[in-house]
Design a protein around this ligand. Structure first.
Ligand SMILES: [Zn+2]
Length: 262
């Protein structure tokens, strides 16, 4: 069997809330909450709401879709910072970029930390492995400026939280989710075709089940039944706290669509 070549992004999300005993500092409005904390603890960070942010590279697509959906302004207050202090690497797995996105929603007292990596030309089994280990024990090599450590994403998450909130009594246990964005899947340029020919493998990528090859097709289909998409190269599939997003925007059919739109 030929091995796959998949490129895209994977994001490990942690969400937690600040309980009602946590009070914002008097001098700071909830909208500004977090700004000083972030600036004081992270060397390379960009406030993506600020004038100075010309759209951090990794966030271009988030900004474009947010502006499209909400006409430049989200209907609720939030702070969002892109942190570039941490670089992740993993043996035998090509990581082209990594970064951390911290979003703070003061009105609902929720903080979201995303640990994101961009990968290139990896196999589906490697990705399934990554999904399995991520909220587990296997460690990435994490470079923090000059420092190098072996950390699981859970450990990295705890380090980030420690920098922001010293007293753990104020925060809830985190919830987690995983979003896998696939931008290239072998040479396919049509999601329907991928789902038809590689359905079990996609089931494996969605759920993290390394035994994907042995599941009955009906089960794979059942797990993938919640999905939506607008075009043959964009599709979103969800299962519990797993999200699989096909965004084949570099493929031939997408390029043709683009040309057609212009
Ligand atoms: Zn920026």
């Amino acid at each position: 069997m030929l091995s796959d070549s998949i490129s895209g992004n994977i994001c490990f999300d942690y969400y937690f809330s600040l309980n009602k005993n946590y009070v914002y500092k008097e001098e700071e409005s909830p909208e500004d909450f977090g700004r000083e904390v972030i600036k004081n603890n992270f060397k390379n960070c960009c406030d993506i709401n600020s004038e100075n942010c010309k759209g951090c590279n990794a966030l271009q697509e988030i900004k474009i879709s947010q502006n499209f959906l909400y006409n430049d302004k989200l209907p609720f207050g939030y702070g969002r910072w892109y942190i570039e202090d941490y670089k992740l690497s993993l043996d035998n797995f090509i990581i082209t970029h990594s970064g951390i996105l911290i979003s703070i929603y003061p009105s609902i007292r929720v903080i979201n930390i995303k640990i994101c990596i961009s990968f290139e030309k990896v196999t589906s089994d490697q990705l399934i492995y990554i999904k399995q280990i991520t909220f587990g024990d296997v460690k990435y090599t994490v470079y923090e400026n000059e420092q190098k450590r072996n950390l699981s994403t859970n450990e990295l998450f705890n380090i980030l939280v420690d920098k922001m909130i010293k007293d753990k009594q104020y925060i809830s246990e985190p919830e987690t989710s995983c979003t896998l964005e696939i931008k290239e899947f072998n040479n396919y340029d049509n999601i329907e075709e991928i789902l038809k020919k590689e359905s079990k493998k996609i089931y494996g990528l969605l759920t993290g089940d390394e035994g994907w090859a042995f599941v009955p097709l009906a089960l794979a289909d059942e797990r993938m039944k919640i999905h939506w998409g607008s075009r043959q190269f964009v599709k979103f599939i969800t299962f519990r706290n797993n999200f699989l997003y096909f965004n084949l925007n570099k493929c031939n059919s997408a390029r043709k669509y683009d040309v057609h739109q212009k």
